[in-house]
Design a protein around this ligand. Structure first.
Ligand SMILES: *[C@@H]1O[C@H](CO)[C@@H](O)[C@H](O)[C@H]1NC(C)=O
Ligand SMILES: *[C@@H]1O[C@H](CO)[C@@H](O)[C@H](O)[C@H]1NC(C)=O
Length: 527
């Protein structure tokens, strides 16, 4: 306060805005400093300046729960119905955060019940986030019709069934029962539910339609959990951003109880919803790599069809993350690249898991098809490493939540799999290194001899050129860091007259451009 006073007395601009169009007043509202807010307003600060998302000072104070600041701003004539870029009003923010007194204050100042950009009213927002007292208050709002009353009660009950912080199954039943009673209040005019078709992931159950249906599952927790998920998907819509979190939470509870099949069904459902909504799914995919790894480690059977579905989604996600990198603004590029790379790593974990999964020939073919599809996209790390480089590099990071119990690199199985699915054996990274250049630098040639041996053989059999040079003009043999890899390489090297000739041309700097066929020029160049 002292500093603010000093600065303002020396003519600091009270309306100064930052790059994101934030003002000093906004900062004071965020922190709930009523004294500074009053001082700035007394010195003509403009209370209507919004940040770059058209988010007002009133909204931030409402969200942060600063009741005194909210009251003051309203007295100063702040517009309670201003809308942010996302369509939300101050009432949405207060309702979501569960600040009852602020909700009351806004309603008293004629804040309207409008939908935001996700089709949510403040009432629905409060119900979705388990803010029961706010819901009960807003049910009395003038804009609330019987249909939205029932929906809000159902959504509130449903949300209590699958929320980590607010789990309360008694309240689930209580609110679902209240809603059902309202549906049947007038026996001649029952307000029937408009049900979605049954969803396999939710046990293929149908939502309760009658008070009797509901009574029958009163003490069946599992049924109430699934009822909650169904209700949320019906009311929020399958493309709503909040639908997937409770599904994932419920899946995680199953996984904790070692009920992996249920977990995977729910997570696959959530993954499909999120992918359909064009959302970033890199965390979802990694979660699958973790649970599959845990299962392999515990010797639980991992279904090939599940791995196949996740691989398929993973290809889509990598394709999208490549596009996001191409179109990212400069400030977003590092994050976009991080996501892209971590998607590629996750794909390798899944590929590794697929080598440890029992598959029929048909299932194997389907899995390989996805791997083939990804290889065609040719994703690369920041250093230009291809999938094959990453599969044989000990510096490829491995996630440490269960995944590293099962996956490690270099991996002979993944190398073989990628080669079988068409990976380019002589692909080069930004330093001109081929996969063979990478593997000969493996630092565990004795303790992990079998891996080193298998990979070198696989690469050479797939046509790896043993005398290809990188940008420093070094062949794999030059780059070998151990005697073991040197010997392995030498025994595999197939001398061909063509290669010897190419090296001689390079070594003695004989002119060859336009003297030999074009295809041979390229061949000479990598020697
Ligand atoms: C700040 O904005 C308000 C409202 O537009 C205006 O009245 C006031 O003069 C501005 N103050 C300064 C220092 O620009
Ligand atoms: C943000 O507010 C400005 C000024 O009130 C308005 O012209 C603009 O249309 C708003 N933008 C969005 C996306 O709501």
């Amino acid at each position: 306060m002292e500093v603010v006073r000093l600065l303002v007395s020396h003519h600091a601009n009270v309306n100064h805005t930052t790059i994101t169009n934030s003002t000093p007043l906004r900062a004071a509202c965020f922190d709930g400093r009523l004294d500074i807010v009053c001082y700035l307003v007394a010195h003509n600060a403009d209370i209507s300046i919004t940040n770059k998302y058209n988010n007002t000072c009133l909204m931030i104070a409402a969200y942060k729960g600063h009741t005194d600041v909210v009251k003051f701003l309203l007295e100063q004539g702040a517009d309670p119905n201003a809308k942010a870029h996302c369509g939300a009003t101050a009432l949405h923010f207060a309702a979501e955060a569960g600040h009852l007194e602020i909700v009351q204050e806004l309603v008293r100042c004629q804040a309207a019940m409008v939908v935001n950009g996700h089709g949510m009213t403040p009432l629905k927002v409060a119900a979705e986030s388990c803010k029961a007292d706010v819901v009960e208050l807003l049910l009395a709002h003038a804009d609330c019709d019987p249909h939205s009353r029932i929906e809000a009660l159902e959504l509130l009950g449903a949300s209590f069934a699958n929320d980590r912080e607010n789990y309360d199954i008694q309240r689930t039943y209580h609110y679902l029962h209240t809603a059902m009673t309202e549906r049947y209040r007038d026996p001649d005019n029952v307000i029937a539910k408009e049900l979605l078709p049954p969803i396999e992931a939710y046990g293929g159950r149908c939502e309760c339609r009658t008070p009797q249906d509901l009574e029958a599952i009163r003490v069946d927790r599992d049924a109430l959990h699934m009822e909650g998920l169904m209700i949320r998907e019906r009311i929020l819509g399958s493309d709503n951003i909040d639908v997937s979190h409770p599904i994932i939470y419920r899946g995680a509870v199953y996984a904790d109880n070692m009920e992996f099949e249920q977990c995977i069904k729910l997570w696959l459902h959530a993954l499909r919803l999120r992918q359909k909504g064009n959302r970033n799914t890199h965390k979802d995919l990694l979660r699958f790599a973790q649970v599959f790894s845990q299962m392999v480690h515990l010797k639980e059977q991992v279904l090939a069809s599940a791995v196949e579905q996740v691989l398929s989604c993973s290809v889509v996600e990598i394709q999208r993350s490549m596009a996001r990198v191409d179109t990212a603004a400069e400030s977003e590029l590092p994050q976009a690249l991080d996501n892209y790379e971590s998607n590629v790593f996750t794909f390798l974990y899944l590929a590794c898991i697929s080598t440890k999964t029992t598959c029929s020939d048909e299932e194997r073919a389907r899995i390989n098809k996805h791997i083939y599809n990804l290889i065609q996209l040719d994703p690369r790390s920041r250093e230009g490493a291809s999938l094959l480089h990453l599969a044989i590099s000990s510096s490829t990071p491995v996630d440490d939540f269960h995944t590293n119990d099962v996956c490690s690199f270099p991996s002979a199985q993944v190398t073989k799999l990628l080669l079988d699915c068409g990976a380019q054996v002589n692909a080069v990274d930004h330093d001109g290194n081929t996969p063979l250049h990478v593997i000969v630098q493996y630092n565990r040639p004795i303790s992990d001899f079998l891996t080193l041996h298998a990979i070198i053989i696989n690469l050479v059999e797939a046509g790896a050129h043993t005398d290809m040079t990188n940008k420093q003009k070094k062949t794999p043999l030059d780059k070998s860091t151990t005697g073991v890899s040197e010997i392995l390489l030498k025994t595999q090297m197939k001398m061909s007259l063509k290669c010897l000739a190419a090296r001689a041309v390079r070594q003695h700097q004989i002119t060859y451009r336009n003297q030999i066929p074009k295809t041979l020029e390229e061949f000479v160049e990598f020697h």
